[in-house]
Design a binder for this molecule. Sequence first.
Ligand code: PLP
Length: 439
Amino acid sequence: MKHSCVKTAIPGPKSAALINEWHQYEYDACGYQASVVWDRGEDCIITDVDGNKFIDWTSGVLVTNVGHCHPKMVKAMQDAVGKLINSYECPTEYRVKAAKALMEVAPKHMGKCFFFSTGAEATEVAMRIMKRRTGKFEILCFETGFHGKTAMAAAAGGLSGPKKGFGPTVPGVIRAIYPSAYRDELGFCDDGPDFKKYFNYLESVIAANSVGSLAGLIIEPYQGSGGFNFPPKGWLKALEKWARAKGILFTLDEVQAGYGRTGTMFACEHEGLTPDLITLGKGIGCGASISAVIGTEDVFHAFGRGEMSSTLGGNPVATSVVPVILDIIKEQKLVENSAKMGEYLKAKLMAMKDRCPKVGDVRGMGLIVGVEFVQDKATKEPATAEMIHAVIDRCAAKGLLVGSVGRYGNVIRVAPPLTVTKELIDESCEIFEEVAKSL
Ligand SMILES: Cc1ncc(COP(=O)(O)O)c(C=O)c1O
């Protein structure tokens, strides 16, 4: 049975009218998306206002890990909405249960958590904790990293988009290369397990840029917005060792990678990392506006009363879903499914690469796979924006929703909900290959 079904041109008439109306009132500063007005979501399927059905490879930007509108999640939110919508800093049963459930699955060395609303907020807080706890102000960050669009998060990011045109960024950021195999001009990736070349380079970056006030570092276990860049095996552990030797704090940004996306509950499990702080967002609420910072007992002592809370952070509606989502992940074995289906999906896309002249690289871990489009496989010249827009539009016309990321905007993100099945992968890969060959 086919799951996707497109009965109209894209956009369909209702979508076209709504997009037109939208543009009259709200400024469209969104990234390039298929011209589809979403109406309903059910598991891995999105239905638009014209009744077309699409397989979703976006998870609404890696958010809906348990599938769109999971009935148990919907019920939890509906119950909470009927009782209490906001409580600011006053604890609620929802908030207490959420914190308990989160700390039960958190890496064992962690002590406490605190809830916020967005990933960027979690980044800001983690960076402030690192500065306050150490009394220092420099943070090591990475090229092509992304941690959010607020001022300090944007400063920490290594992409120009969130910073361009806004003048000087928050001082104290020191930036180094994030090694990733496909575009590894300096040969950092094939130098394990010690990565001497990389750490010599890193020492020279610090020597040239630090004023002797290094507080910590913030890093993604794989770079999401930067183009699904995966570091070589063992490098993150080596970086953690380096940080420990320097006496600086280590924040792992799992806003995107956490909650089963990479085939383990948290990405830090792959290499047995023990970060001082982990930031979470996206999958923790699967669409509810919630993020969190998890930290060791020691780092949280940097903050006193009233110093971390925000108006909507940890509100009853958002926290109501946290234990429910964790139950769903456990009951439906979604971490295991992510690892298993991820292997299947990646193998299919790897095989496809050889058949498609414009697919330069396929890389991934669990249910996060990046397909990098190029103009020429030998030169690796990135595909143009027009080519990528054509992929997005043509996939939508055939019933598949995809989005793009990366420094050059040429990486298609393949990130369906963790509930995805073989059948859905087969159907969606068929559509994707047809489109990739049509370029
Ligand atoms: C790794 C990472 N950190 C932080 C953020 C910021 O999250 P938010 O958009 O919820 O502020 C994102 C968003 O894409 C992200 O991918």
